[in-house]
Unconditional design. Structure first.
Length: 306
């Protein structure tokens, strides 16, 4: 596995400037990520000029590994350097070998194109960044966004909405999620020094949809995972859209079978939507689909009114 590690004084990715690179080596006694997916790396800061900093890690290339080559960038911090102390246990031991109740004095973040978010795996599906979100981020990065209202539907961590809010010209962004998942989005909004509209939206709730307003563009990633909610999801798309709205859905097959997928698309057409899979080279938006989509098995669909 090859990549880059560097330290930065601040968490803000817009103002962060790498101060120095960091030496790395595989952690002794681990699988180094190959096969099991578990492993570790040791990091050594060379002649640190700071007593507190954030460690930025990114992977450029993965070699001779049967797992996915797509590894998300990671930011860890704040890391504090203290004077050498006598320790009762090795500091380079794998996490499962740490003493019980060892305090975690730093936090882990994900950093993408000047957008940073914190995941919350304890929150379940909304608290994680899935492959479709990363592919959709690159897809939107290739799109011109000007004078439009973009709705990030069921935004999870808010990654797509914050990224769009960074890039949009003279437009506005509304980020939606279930009410119980909004605290994570508000937390990530503060990390990015952003104040987009953040609203609760239960699929099919027309009052909440009306408060969000009609969208010019709706983006949704990994929203197809429970067949029992298909009708509610399509109702939400209906409630948020107009005759000119474009809807982009990033989808990667997980728990659904082909019959369930077909039922969802038929439900969409029953509500008057036309569906295009952006894999046709003749489609003008095909060129916007990143290579990462094929690498990760993510498909991007566009829905418009028939």
């Amino acid at each position: 596995m090859n990549g880059t590690a560097w330290i930065c004084q601040v968490l803000d990715t817009k103002t962060c400037r790498p101060l120095q690179e960091v030496e790395t080596r595989p952690l002794e006694g681990t699988a180094n990520f190959d096969g099991s997916g578990k492993g570790g790396l040791e990091y050594r800061v060379l002649e640190p000029s700071l007593k507190e900093f954030y460690l930025h890690l990114s992977v450029d290339r993965v070699e001779e590994c049967g797992l996915s080559h797509h590894i998300l960038p990671l930011v860890i911090g704040p890391v504090r350097i203290v004077q050498r102390q006598e320790l009762s246990h090795p500091t380079n031991a794998p996490i499962e070998m740490w003493p019980d109740n060892t305090p975690m004095v730093h936090t882990m973040y994900r950093s993408f194109s000047h957008t940073i978010v914190q995941e919350s795996w304890d929150a379940g599906i909304p608290g994680k960044i899935w492959d479709s979100a990363v592919v959709m981020l690159e897809f939107l990065n290739n799109m011109t966004l000007k004078d439009v209202h973009v709705v990030d539907l069921s935004a999870g961590t808010g990654l797509l909405g914050f990224h769009v809010n960074n890039r949009i010209e003279k437009g506005r962004v509304t980020i939606t999620e279930l009410d119980e998942a909004l605290d994570l989005i508000r937390h990530n909004a503060a990390l990015n020094h952003q104040q987009p509209s953040i609203r609760p939206l239960l699929w099919g709730d027309k009052t909440q949809a009306a408060a969000c307003g009609k969208a010019d563009i709706i983006v949704a990633s990994d929203v197809l995972y429970e067949a029992e909610f298909f009708d509610d999801l399509v109702n939400a798309l209906d409630d948020l859209s107009t005759s000119s709205t474009r809807i982009y859905i990033g989808y990667k097959r997980r728990g659904l079978d082909s019959a369930e997928e077909e039922r969802f698309w038929k439900t969409c057409t029953g509500h008057g939507f036309s569906i295009s899979l952006l894999s046709n080279p003749d489609d003008p938006e095909h060129k916007l689909v990143p290579e990462l989509a094929q690498q990760t098995g993510v498909h991007i669909y566009r829905l418009t009114r028939s």
